[in-house]
Design a binder for this molecule. Sequence first.
Ligand code: PMP
Length: 400
Amino acid sequence: LFQDITFAPDIPVYATTAAYNKDPCPNKLHLGIGVYRTEEGKCHTLNVVKQVEQALANDLSADKEYLPITGMPEFNKLSAKLMFGSGSPAIKESRVVTVQCVSGCLSLRVGAEFLAKHYHQHVVYLPEPTYGNHPNLISAAGLTLKTYRYYDPKTLVLDFQGLLEDLGSALTGAIVLFHACGHNPTGVDPTCQQWEQIRQLVRQRGLLPFFDCAYQGLVSGNLDDDAQSIRMFGCDGGECFVAQSYSKNMGLYGERIGSLSIVCKTADVARRVESQLKLIIRPLYSNPPIHGAAIVTAILKDRDLYQKWTNELKAMRDRLVQVRRQLYDSLCNKGTPGDWSHIIKQVGMYSFTGLNKDQVDFLTREYHIYMSSDGRINIGGLSSKAVPYFADAIHDAVIS
Ligand code: PMP
């Protein structure tokens, strides 16, 4: 058996991590995988999460019984409110179905499986570029991938005209994937006015919006502001899908906690959709795990803990802005050739530096700096004390 099996290709972000772990150089830097780190390079665990975990550990009355297929009901309710807002008409009218899923990835996959089974149009338009796992997750469900223009590599900004043209000529009824905020990998988001134009076009053309929301709170520092794009679509009466992740904004990476929400036209449709989601989830993982959902629920339902969370989130976001500024200033002070202002204009966890593959290879070879070959860096993985070393390395790569 399996005599002829070939080696699968490496998955780039994990291969980068493995190479980094093997490297004995004390100055090495890992700016590849999207994990928010402390100044010491450790994965940052939020204090509010530690506090809740302590309380959960002390609660000996809690048992380990299976959750329902759709997860913890309170978690689902609170997650919907976090994304769509407390005044959401769709929530008030019971038109939103929210199911706890195994993090952002499986929320996307469950949504894609549902669409493959119950939606007539199987074409999904992804922004070019997009998160590396999007094509895998969506095509694994049997949907067909196409792309729409999103980012202009020449001007390093949103290719808004290209986006409008591509969505304007997209196949009728096609599914369109949007990053709710903090676009990965570019760090470039549409403005509120641009989102409104996108919304009108999507609705006019009968396209189906599918939001991926993995960075709520880490872009503007305000959870409501970062959900604006979703809320515009979520309150106009039309359908909308949202995959949500708590990996980054609560630092719960390994807990694999997230949700899928589907806004429907009526409460009756929403109930039927929910019943069908159970049939999608059951053969995938049967029901989701408890621990992450218990942490999120505890934070979202308690006013003090919620406040602590938003304070910590704001501090994390402010550090991202500060590190961007520091990197930009260092490159300017060194006189590194080129205009680096995109580093401070971009938002969220990532910066699309504009460095090419050869320059990235140079950084790895000469400076032990590990990052994606497309030039994306995780600003959340860069400590302020490492910025001078990183700026020296970029300078050297650019002039070499
Ligand atoms: N969507 C985007 C845009 C992401 O960047 C990520 C994680 N890097 C995910 C989804 C998946 O997140 P999770 O770890 O919650 O599966």
